[in-house]
Design a protein around this ligand. Structure first.
Ligand SMILES: [Zn+2]
Length: 288
């Protein structure tokens, strides 16, 4: 007699029932009758093994919304067309924000602790889509303005079609603000400075490269600010001027004459040859 076997999956399947006879329409609030039913599947966090949710939802037809009457039971813990429940995303975002984990480790942690295995790129998407709470943003902006030293560094970086404008405080090492856009011009820069102004940033000194994007925008937003070229570009300009000066001086020195005679040189030729060598050595010295 064969032994009775119980098939065991290393997955917990949890059934949820969210299929009702009627449901208020999410657009207009009208109680709408059930028209059909459907099943959704989702991945939840599980401490011991992976958890799959099987959720029965109702499909309803709103009598008032003519254009798009049909809707399913909204699930607050699972967004529309999503596979992972909200708290999977939440765990990842908290690991990054509160525990200062890089995304790759936060993804690994989801697997180890909660048996949820999104791809690393999915982890990136989740983090990017998570909007920080208003209070967090306000607190961060308050801190930025409170600790501002009075010196503002601005630069722009290009990556293909995208441009990033970044403002830093070189004395505290904090990033004050940044902006990602598809174009870079005077208007964008002025709008960016106005944003900083609205945060309470009042620079005494602004440091930029030699780009002509900055002078007008700076004067427009902070008329009293002193504008300084950044030390790297300042040094680069000086080095370039020195190199050009030396080159001009070296070219102004008389060139050595070419020796083209064969045979034993006369006494005059020996003197001329020595003079040539001396001139050559002076030019070489200057070049060195
Ligand atoms: Zn409706």
């Amino acid at each position: 007699m064969p032994k009775p076997m119980i098939a065991r999956l290393h997955v917990d399947i949890k059934m949820l029932d969210a299929d009702f006879r009627s449901y208020p329409c999410p657009r207009c609030g009208t109680e709408s009758p059930r028209h059909d039913g459907a099943v959704r599947h989702a991945i939840d966090i599980g401490l011991d093994r992976p958890v799959v949710l099987q959720i029965k939802v109702g499909v309803y037809k709103c009598p008032r919304c003519r254009k798009r009457p049909s809707f399913r039971t909204p699930l607050p813990f699972l967004g529309a067309r999503r596979t992972y429940v909200e708290r999977c995303r939440q765990k990842l975002v908290e690991s990054v924000d509160q525990d200062k984990m890089p995304i790759c480790l936060a993804v690994r942690r989801l697997d180890r602790d909660f048996h949820v295995t999104p791809a690393r790129s999915t982890g990136w998407e989740w983090y990017r889509e998570a909007t920080p709470a208003d209070a967090t943003v306000a607190e961060s902006q308050h801190l930025v303005a409170m600790n501002f030293s009075g010196v503002l560094c601005v630069d722009e970086v290009y990556d293909g079609l995208n441009a990033i404008l970044c403002a830093r405080d070189p004395l505290t090492g904090r990033t004050l603000a940044y902006e990602l856009g598809e174009r870079m011009n005077q208007e964008v820069v002025t709008a960016f400075f106005k944003r900083l102004h609205a945060l309470g940033i009042q620079p005494e000194e602004a440091i930029t490269d030699g780009s002509n994007l900055y002078p007008k925008s700076l004067k427009a937003v902070w008329p009293a600010v002193r504008h300084q070229l950044c030390r790297f570009h300042w040094t680069k300009d000086i080095v370039q001027a020195v190199v050009e000066g030396i080159r001009d001086y070296r070219q102004s020195l008389p060139k050595p004459e070419k020796k083209n005679k064969r045979g034993r040189p006369s006494a005059d030729e020996v003197t001329a040859q020595r003079e040539t060598e001396r001139r050559q050595s002076v030019r070489d010295e200057v070049r060195k």
